[in-house]
Structures are given as structure tokens and as C-alpha cells.
Design a protein around this ligand. Structure first.
Ligand code: TRP
Length: 72
């Protein structure tokens, strides 16, 4: 099963950040776009529908693999 229990935490550092979910499987396409304004936080998982997440804008991201900032 593709679902994991891990979450990723995304904190927007500016208005208008886009968090985009990409589909799992042979057809990789956007299926959801979520807009975050400054200081809004999204907590998300990789699911059977979502295999990748693309983030546009300045954010701080925490994952099990570490913490990163889009500005660094
Ligand atoms: N319905 C989507 C899913 O279950 C929701 C989702 C999960 C999502 N993780 C995401 C949307 C990350 C955008 C980014 O897969």
C-alpha cells in the first residue's frame, strides 16, 4: 500500500504559496493545488493518490528526512 503514516509540514513564509499534489501511477499530473498565505501551515501525507508534492513559493518544510527552507 502506498499510504504511509508520515506527514510533511509546510509553513508558508509569504502569501500565495502553492502546494500541488501530483498523482501516483503511470500518469503523473497535478490533481490538487492548495494556496497558503503567510504563516499558514499545511500538514500533508503521501497517499494512494498522491506520490509527489510540488511547492511554489517561500516555505519552510519539515519531513522525516530533515528540515529545509526554499530560500537556502
Ligand atoms: N485527496 C488527496 C489524497 O488523498 C489529498 C492530498 C493528500 C493532497 N496529500 C496531498 C493534496 C498533498 C495536495 C498535496 O491524495
Amino acid at each position: 500500500m502506498a499510504q504511509s503514516n508520515e506527514y510533511i509540514v509546510i509553513k508558508a513564509k509569504e502569501d500565495g504559496v502553492n502546494v500541488i499534489g501530483l498523482t501516483r501511477g503511470s500518469d503523473t499530473r497535478f490533481h490538487h493545488s492548495e494556496k497558503l498565505d503567510k504563516d499558514e501551515i499545511m500538514i500533508a501525507q503521501f497517499t494512494e493518490h498522491t506520490s509527489a508534492i510540488k511547492i511554489r513559493g517561500k516555505v519552510k518544510v519539515q519531513t522525516a528526512h530533515g528540515e529545509m527552507s526554499s530560500e537556502d
